[in-house]
Design a protein around this ligand. Structure first.
Ligand code: SF4
Length: 299
């Protein structure tokens, strides 16, 4: 296969997988929703979980997006420096987004800021947004497509805290955000938290945190402890599924962190809703594709 054929093939696979992600939630999210539904004692919350499960079933059976808000496409790309299509990747992801928009179909969600018109293609200036990590000595690429809905993007926020506010300040920031905006994001939620030196690094890390599986634990022991404390604290608010009350309201809390200047600590939050449409695919150097987020899907 020549390079042009490889590019076309990869574009088609990414487009097909984006369409699949729009319709079928990843395994970890499905499992967590089942667990929450089984543990829930509030009758209204149980009914809401049953509706969510029926929604998931019908979306798959009828081959339709599992939420009307198909979001803005974002990709986190972890690519080997020796990956043969590195130079073509950006255009592959843009074209795949447009193709998936036509074929799935996906709602048109890309409005050009200031010019205020919808491109009608789900592509535009910096859309889809691509977050790059270049990995030395690797020749494959991992791609995490993510559909950022309006409601679940709404609580997204960040702040550089005053010296002295410390980790208590981080916890207070996250909890204040959840008590004020959490309801808008269609719980149960996945809370991505970034803690780092400046607001830009914290914000990017909070989005990367949403790419981790919902029941994963931060490798740093103290970060893992904060994940658990925040999860317990937010669940104890009894917001429940869709904010209608219930025992729990979270898929989980994922924290990513980076080193920081000693006199500041920045925190940012990005939120995923119950319809957390995140995929994880890997292409090796020969174009062989493996899907890690959705069992049974092959290309
Ligand atoms: S928050 Fe999620 S489930 Fe709710 S409308 Fe937005 S994308 Fe859909």
């Amino acid at each position: 296969m020549n390079k042009e054929e490889q590019v076309l093939r990869m574009t088609k696979i990414v487009s097909d997988f984006v369409g699949h992600v729009a319709k079928v939630l990843p395994d970890d999210v499905q499992e967590k929703i089942t667990e929450l539904a089984n543990d829930e004692r509030n009758p209204l919350a149980k009914t809401i979980y049953a509706t969510m499960k029926e929604n998931m079933k019908l979306a798959k059976e009828l081959s339709r997006p599992s939420c009307q808000d198909t979001g803005v496409l974002q990709y986190w790309v972890r690519v080997g420096a020796n990956y043969p299509l590195l130079g073509e990747l950006e255009s592959i992801l843009r074209n795949a987004t447009y193709q998936a928009t036509q074929e799935t179909p996906l709602r048109h969600n890309c409005v050009e800021t200031f010019d205020e018109y919808n491109t009608g293609k789900n592509i535009g200036t910096l859309a889809p947004y691509i977050l790059w990590d270049i990995v030395p000595d690797r020749d494959d690429v991992e791609i995490f497509p993510y559909m950022a809905g309006g409601g679940c993007s709404l609580p997204g926020s960040g702040k550089t805290l005053m010296p002295g506010e410390g980790y208590e300040g981080v916890a207070k920031f996250v909890l204040d955000l959840m008590t004020s905006y959490g309801l808008n994001a269609c719980p149960p939620l996945l809370i991505g938290v970034g803690v780092a030196t400046s607001i830009d690094t914290a914000a990017l890390l909070s989005k990367k945190a949403l790419m981790r599986p919902v029941s994963s634990v931060a490798p740093n022991e103290r970060a893992a402890k904060m994940e658990q404390l925040l999860e317990d604290g937010i669940n104890s608010l009894h917001i429940g599924p869709q904010g209608m009350g219930g025992d729990k309201c979270l898929l989980g809390v994922n924290i990513e962190h980076g080193a920081r200047h000693p006199s500041v600590i920045s925190v940012a939050v990005n939120v995923g809703c119950w319809n957390h449409r995140r995929g994880h695919m890997v292409f090796d150097k020969d174009g062989q594709c493996t899907i890690l987020s959705h069992s049974g899907v092959t290309y």
